[in-house]
Design a protein around this ligand. Structure first.
Ligand SMILES: O=C(O)CCC(=O)C(=O)O
Length: 327
């Protein structure tokens, strides 16, 4: 009982520290080398604050970068087709990219070989047993790419990054991996509240099926076309916070409610992703997605998400107003 109370008190202290802007500023100050990526874009957009200080959409409200990923602009199907004709992508990839503008996602079947999938699954098992990675934020294994050459090489493979860079119209850099052994059951959201860019839209993610997924083991789901909705940022819901704090973690429920409201109002259709091993889904920075309920208890849902930022844009986390740390 005493241990439980001590744990609860500990968690409260951690939550309190996580809500303070100064905590991040101090942490960032000692990690300045990982903030250099923002130096050029700060200069370009006239952001006059130290790289280690907090940053959020509030800092950009008077700016007009006039820069949107090219496929989000007014552009005809034929223009996209012409650009694709000048690439060496396979016909399957070209056909898939033609759907991006309308849908905000792409599915590529059998894109990662079964040998590579097996290697990733073994690597994650080894990293877990060697305690080099652990489960955080529920059931997420964050940043396995920092512990594994195999994973960091795989996610930087040109076969993947060339497609992502083409779609964004800027070169991409891997930011993080998230590995799942079981379904996330995460409520619907857009990645742009968690990993944000200025100008908006310069994040892109891939989701790799590391085993066959079905309707019962908590599959990923997503809402085609939702990427075209206005981005929901801190000033679009009751984020809370003030000059000293970024607001309580519990306010995230209000963000989720806002996204649910968008889904309801726009009558968005949900698609449940039931891929085979090695299939991948690529999604837009603002595509609404989440994890379905796990219907079959104890089932696994092995998968890996990789988030990539484009170069030469400001990279940060809107919700916690932190610049992104990136080597
Ligand atoms: O894999 C899932 O269930 C959700 C993953 C996700 O939402 C994300 O990484 O942004």
């Amino acid at each position: 009982m005493l241990l439980l109370e001590a744990n609860m008190a500990n968690n409260k202290i951690i939550d309190f520290l996580r809500s303070l802007k100064i905590t991040y500023t101090v942490y960032n100050f000692f990690n300045k080398s990982k903030l250099h990526h923002n130096k050029k874009p700060y200069l370009k957009f006239g952001i006059k604050k130290p790289l280690y200080k907090g940053i959020s959409s509030r800092n950009f409200s008077s700016l007009n970068a006039n820069d949107t990923p090219w496929l989000d602009n007014e552009i005809s199907f034929n223009e996209i087709k012409q650009k694709l004709d000048n690439t060496s992508f396979s016909e399957e990839v070209k056909t898939a990219i033609l759907q991006w503008k309308e849908n905000g996602y792409i599915v590529l079947n059998n894109f990662i070989s079964h040998d590579k999938v097996l290697a990733i699954n073994n690597e994650i098992e080894n990293l877990l047993s060697e305690k080099k990675v652990k489960f955080t934020l529920g059931n997420k294994i964050m940043f396995a790419n920092k512990q594994s050459k195999l994973i960091s090489n795989l996610i930087a493979d040109e076969k993947i990054t060339e497609i992502l860079s083409f779609v964004l119209g800027k070169k991409v850099l891997p930011f993080q991996t998230i590995n799942f052994i079981t379904g996330s059951q995460q409520h619907a959201h857009s990645d742009s509240i968690h990993m944000t860019t200025y100008p908006l839209g310069y994040l892109i993610a891939i989701w790799i099926a590391l085993e066959d997924i079905n309707e019962t083991n908590g599959p990923l789901s997503y809402y085609p076309g939702s990427h075209k909705l206005p981005y929901v940022l801190n000033n679009n819901y009751e984020r809370g916070g003030n000059v000293f704090t970024v607001g309580a973690d519990s306010n995230y429920l209000k963000y989720e409610a806002k996204i649910e409201e968008q889904i309801r109002k726009m009558n968005l259709k949900k698609i449940i992703f039931t891929p085979k091993t090695g299939d991948i889904l690529i999604w837009h920075a603002n595509l609404i997605h989440g994890g379905e309920k796990i219907l079959e208890k104890k089932s696994t849902r092995k998968s890996m998400v990789v988030h990539y930022f484009a170069e030469d844009v400001i990279k940060y986390h809107e919700i916690t107003e932190r610049p992104a740390l990136l080597k």
